[in-house]
Design a protein around this ligand. Structure first.
Ligand SMILES: [Zn+2]
Length: 357
């Protein structure tokens, strides 16, 4: 395609044809956005093992993160105001400026909890029509004074193969917390660098919140408890023997029985909706702390590592099985997707307080 020769075009014909192609490109972009919206409506991206439409655009469609972000923002704004399609086709509004407006409106809602009215958004779009990225930035800067900040954007920069420079903004409250942690751990390291401090805080947090570590600790505790129980039982049995031997000469049998009642018994595991700590550890290890949803058609597995939950493949009420063979680790999206498969979308939406409309 790129090897086609355009030498035979006159200058006028070349520019004219280029205008037509650019128009078609914009029309095609709108078509892509309409298709993305339909994928979202059908939750196809979830079924295919992607946790969000953004991940689907990046991993499945191979868009860059920026391109995916622009398209999703444009999709949302076109859905609210379908009349802007014409301005996109003519080039008066680009996906870049549309995305900037949508991002600013979202940021305002996040910061002030106030949604930008459709009327205001429409006026804003009129103001940025035909404007460059820089001009749009200036318009948004004036329009949303509440979003202005002296903070520099957070950034990560690879400095070498084993070193990454991180920049972030710290407020006085955070600096005070850092100082408190440094003071409280001064006996371990009197003057930690920020890297050492973050290592220490990360280790501390992971010990507390990492499900694999938690399950491992719990399983180890249960083993210790069993060993301790067996030790106590052995001690009791030895004590019982001792008393029995003594009782042969001094005590009646009924008195011996009443003396050995303190044996610690560990109840056997009973069938439960919840799996044991050992099983939990097996599942987290098997899943390598990733969502285990796999698209049956493509074999694509979800890559989500956040907010994972244990799920029964066949509902416990049906299977009575909480073993690792019937349990899987799912992200929130795929847990909800599975629940909708089991109980139906109307039921789940009603349960989540969304209603069916
Ligand atoms: Zn998932």
């Amino acid at each position: 395609m790129l090897n086609i020769s355009l030498k035979h075009y006159t200058n006028e014909a070349l520019i004219s044809e280029l205008h037509i192609l650019v128009f078609q490109e914009r029309t095609l972009s709108l078509r892509v956005i309409a298709f993305l919206r339909e994928v979202q409506c059908r939750s196809l991206h979830i079924e295919m093992g992607y946790v969000s439409l953004f991940t689907f655009c990046v991993e499945e469609l191979k868009y860059s993160e920026g391109a995916a972000y622009y398209r999703i923002n444009t999709m949302q704004i076109v859905e609210e105001m379908p009349e802007i399609k014409q301005a996109i086709e003519t080039g008066e509004l680009s996906m870049t400026t549309l995305s900037m407006v949508q991002s600013a409106c979202k940021a305002k809602k996040k910061k002030t909890k106030i949604k930008v009215e459709l009327k205001d958004k429409r006026e804003l779009l009129e103001a940025v029509k035909g404007k460059s990225k820089k001009q749009t930035e200036a318009i948004l800067h004036d329009h949303f004074p509440e979003l202005r900040s002296s903070a520099k954007p957070e950034s990560e920069k690879k400095l070498s193969d084993d070193l990454i420079g991180i920049f972030f903004n710290a407020d006085p409250e955070l600096m005070k917390k850092f100082k408190e942690i440094k003071d409280l751990t001064a006996h371990q390291n009197p003057s930690p660098s920020y890297q050492e401090l973050f290592h220490m805080m990360s280790d501390f947090m992971l010990e507390r919140i990492d499900p694999v570590r938690k399950a491992k600790r719990k399983a180890e505790r249960q083993v210790k408890l069993k060993v301790h129980g067996k030790d106590q039982q052995r001690e009791s049995e030895e004590s019982k023997d001792k008393i029995q031997r003594k009782g042969e000469s001094q005590l009646q049998p009924c008195e011996v029985e009443s003396t050995v009642e303190s044996t610690v018994e560990i109840p056997p595991p009973t069938p439960s909706h919840h799996c044991s700590a050992k099983t939990e550890q097996v599942i987290w290890t098997r899943a390598q702390s990733h969502c285990e949803h796999v698209d049956n058609k493509t074999g694509h597995r979800c890559s989500e590592t956040r907010r994972l939950q244990l799920d029964h493949m066949i509902q416990y009420a049906v299977s009575y099985d909480s073993s690792e063979h019937n349990m899987q680790l799912l992200c929130t999206q795929h847990n909800l997707y599975r629940a909708k498969q089991w109980f139906g979308t109307p039921f789940m939406e009603q349960r989540m307080g969304r209603g069916s409309g």
